[in-house]
Ligand binder design. Sequence first.
Ligand SMILES: NC(=O)c1ccc[n+]([C@@H]2O[C@H](COP(=O)([O-])OP(=O)(O)OC[C@H]3O[C@@H](n4cnc5c(N)ncnc54)[C@H](O)[C@@H]3O)[C@@H](O)[C@H]2O)c1
Length: 341
Amino acid sequence: MKLLVTGGAGFIGSNFIKYILNKYPDYSVVNLDILTYAGNLENLKEAKNNPGYKFVKGDICDRELADSLVKDIDAIVHFAAESHVDRSILDASPFIKTNVLGTQVLLEAARAKDVRFHHVSTDEVFGSLGPDDEPFNENTPYGPRSPYSASKAASDHLVRAYFHTHNLPITISNCTNNYGPYQFPEKFIPLFVTNLLEGKKVPLYGDGLNVRDWLYTEDHCRAIDAVLHRGKIGETYCVGGNCEKTNIEIAKTILKLLDKDESSIEPVKDRLGHDRRYAMSIKKISEELGWQPEVNFEEGLQKTIEWYKNNENWWQKIKSGEYLDYYKVQYCERNAHARYA
Ligand SMILES: NC(=O)c1ccc[n+]([C@@H]2O[C@H](COP(=O)([O-])OP(=O)(O)OC[C@H]3O[C@@H](n4cnc5c(N)ncnc54)[C@H](O)[C@@H]3O)[C@@H](O)[C@H]2O)c1
């Protein structure tokens, strides 16, 4: 099978490409990625010399490029996105361009060749749950509340519209929060781990009681694999870790695993519009496709922390600005935001 993977130099996409090349040695993968601050070819050093792997630097919004790449492809697995909620609060424009327009360009290119399209999306499209609400499922009405989740919701609707209107063979997976190796250190778990490894404090939003459902990224890759190969065309599959945790619980676990105490926590003013709770029912994907998370949170977190300990060079380059001074900009903006929020 020949796959076009978009956003394959990012966190989940790079894990997915290595997973696929390893599991299916006869597959080939073209990775289309524009290399924003979040894209990093070092994530793919193991794949670099694989004859089945090819990297193309480019924008998913470029229709001509998309048409040329789709020519010899059996399926598109679409990860490329602006993915950080905080950044979408500061400036939603790149989110609309890449997540909405970029998805539409890829859908048009796929439609021209009737190419199978798998769209990687998020639980955040469903909005926020109260403490006693049932977890989200495939029938939960959409209720996105951040510019990021609104842009992903728009892209989900477009993907479904291309199925209903044009009969394009699509599937969608909506997944909960991922963690694991190669996650950009602006996101909660790698930010906390790397700050603590550097002897710095960790910024905890609000009362720390926001709940997320956590999934190890390799489990997410297995879920996408299952949906891509065995999912029913036109269907959506919810993916989650059966692992609801408050942010403060996670912070305390990381502190403990790194031999730090709670004086390292620096409470910061809450994120604007901060969703309170996400949780996902995985009944459909487990019953129909036999998928279950395999890595429990304690094991996954331990593995993740070990990875950041052993790959200091990877994240130090990002934090010191060798790739881009993004981290510092983001950190200042976060504080500025905290002042006016
Ligand atoms: N991280 C999570 O917890 C999570 C959970 C559920 C769903 N998702 C979804 O999974 C996908 C991947 O998330 P991630 O955390 O790996 O993101 P990421 O930010 O780490 O990576 C995104 C990648 O997309 C690339 N990209 C951005 N704009 C592009 C463009 N215009 N053209 C080509 N490439 C472009 C970037 O260079 C980067 O390599 C996203 O669609 C996200 O919405 C993420």
